[in-house]
Design a protein around this ligand. Structure first.
Ligand code: NAD
Length: 486
């Protein structure tokens, strides 16, 4: 059993969970988990191998039949109990999550409670009826559909919302009667283990859920090659998602993919500019700018550009940047690692070189290697990375536009289509944007669309399938057809 209270700062070994055993497998190497705010190693993770993934899939296969036979109500009761445990432990888990990712404590505690929400929502959803009786054409026949769990699911997740993303995969999978092998990002594997500890403490039978740590490609490939694995649910970059999809094709494994985003944030001249600027500050700087649905390109109607630019300059100059677990409650923390800082800095340097300038004065930024200046740049060339790629950091380009048609064309000029945002007071325009913007999630006059009861997912290269809501449960269900002669 792992002890959260002593994890942060203790350098403790973090195990895997295979077949109901929390274990540090013999021979596994260790990988440090580093607090990006301080550079301190906060834990050592058991870094396993492809064989551990195969062992976990074996355990999931062994547990599958009994788990699928549990009544949905009993599975739901267990998930609800795990949700209560997460809520009870939310402050403690939130601090752990803040330490391993650099996100604000208030956001990390919120993410823990949001994860509990997913467990509860799918606990309820699993009790809804599945299957149907179809109207026959021949009086001597009957036609029915019944549902069954997909089977063993590989659940592979990133570091930016490590807990809630794993929760919104595992909760519907378990609710539907599937068994799971989870692999979290090696950059943030700690808080996600607390999700599984809560599920374990709620009484999950051994092997129904398993967690492995180790080399990403080897473990993913081992899972996709395992004869029991019937589905992969992945959240992460489009490049890794497309690679997993290609590997999954070898065994025709079902894929649910939540991939990269390039969200346009569109402010029309008729918008409530107070709400638009406030919403943009949330949609850009939440999670230190490392959100797949974060505002990535800001389009402002030219007639209000100066007004919006001066408001953004004032708002970003006031941002506080610092260690989320240090004194105060900074608005923005460090990025996940030095590589992310380099990637964002390169985009900023290229934009500045193309003629862009920062809006407002630089807030005070700590000197640690994972910190970078947050803010908005105006005047970047359309060909720069700031205008054409997912920044995944606390920076965005601001671009003026003149007409609705123009902004729709520019917003859609990307292979990604996860989220978008529109601020306008005109309902006809709002509706037109909702129909024309090629995104799976649209925030209309609101910056935080994520809720457990709504389907989240992208179009184009932002993914396949939906998470949350009934659609999120359907991903883990097979529909089978019975044709009966009387
Ligand atoms: P990533 O694709 O690099 O990593 C995601 C996971 O895949 C990690 O666990 C990593 O260990 C693993 N991985 C890395 N290389 C792999 C390989 N070759 N084979 C198998 N697995 C591999 O993504 P990231 O940097 O952790 O996260 C950032 C990206 O994720 C961004 O593009 C972001 O938009 C996207 N994202 C999307 C959503 C969504 O809901 N659509 C949510 C969060 C993040």
């Amino acid at each position: 059993m792992i002890d959260t209270a002593s994890l942060v700062g203790s350098g403790q070994v973090v195990p895997m969970w295979i077949g109901g055993q929390w274990l540090h497998p013999h021979g596994a190497t260790m990988l440090p988990v580093v607090n990006p705010a301080t550079g301190e190693t906060i834990a050592q993770v058991s870094y396993g191998s492809a064989q551990h993934a195969r062992d976990a899939a074996d355990a999931a296969r062994t547990a599958a039949e009994e788990w699928a036979a549990w009544p949905a109500r009993r599975r739901g009761d267990l998930l609800r109990q795990a949700a209560d445990l997460l809520d009870e432990r939310a402050e403690e888990i939130g601090r752990l999550l803040a330490a391993e990712t650099g996100k604000r404590v208030v956001e990390a505690v919120g993410e823990t409670r949001f994860s509990a929400e997913y467990l509860r929502w799918f606990a309820d959803a699993s009790r809804q009826p599945h299957g149907a009786v179809l109207t026959p054409e021949d009086p001597k026949r009957r036609h029915l559909t019944v549902t069954s769990p997909v089977g063993v699911v590989a659940s592979l997740t990133p570091w930016n919302f490590p807990l809630s993303i794993q929760a919104r995969k595992v909760a519907p999978a378990l609710a539907a009667g599937c068994t799971v092998v989870a692999r979290a990002s090696e950059k943030a594997p700690l808080a996600v283990l607390e999700l599984f500890r809560a599920i374990d403490d709620a009484g999950l039978p051994p092997g129904v859920a398993n967690v492995v740590n180790g080399p990403a490609a080897e473990q993913s490939d081992a899972l996709l090659a395992h004869p029991a694995v019937r589905m992969v649910t992945f959240t992460g970059s489009t490049s890794v998602g497309s690679r997993l999809m290609a590997t999954a094709a070898n065994r025709v494994v079902r894929c649910a993919l939540e991939l990269g985003g390039d969200a346009p944030f569109i402010i029309f001249a008729d918008a409530d500019l107070d709400a638009a600027v406030e919403g943009l500050m949330v949609a850009k700087f939440r999670n230190n700018g490392q959100s797949c649905i974060g505002a990535n390109r800001v389009f402002v109607e030219r007639s209000v550009l100066d007004e919006v630019a001066s408001r953004l300059a004032a708002a970003t100059s006031r941002l506080s940047v610092g260690d989320p677990l240090g004194p105060g409650d900074p608005d923005v923390g460090p990025l996940i690692d030095v590589e992310r800082v380099h990637a964002v800095t390169a985009l900023v340097d290229e934009a500045l070189g193309s003629g862009a300038s920062w809006l407002g004065d630089a807030p005070e930024v700590p000197s640690g290697p994972c910190y970078t200046r947050p803010g908005f740049l105006l005047g970047a060339a359309e060909t720069t990375g700031l205008a054409t790629t997912e920044v995944f950091g606390p920076v965005a380009g601001v671009f003026p536009f003149d007409t609705d048609d123009e902004v729709v064309a520019r917003a859609n000029d990307t292979e990604l289509g996860l989220a978008g945002y529109v601020y306008t007071r005109d309902p006809s325009r709002l509706w037109s944007m909702a129909e024309r913007l090629e995104v799976g999630i649209l925030g209309c006059n609101h910056p935080l669309p994520s809720v457990a009861f709504a389907p989240m997912g992208g179009v184009k290269q932002s993914g396949l399938g939906r998470e949350g809501a009934h659609q999120g449960l359907e991903e883990f269900v097979e529909t089978r057809y019975l044709s009966i002669g009387l």
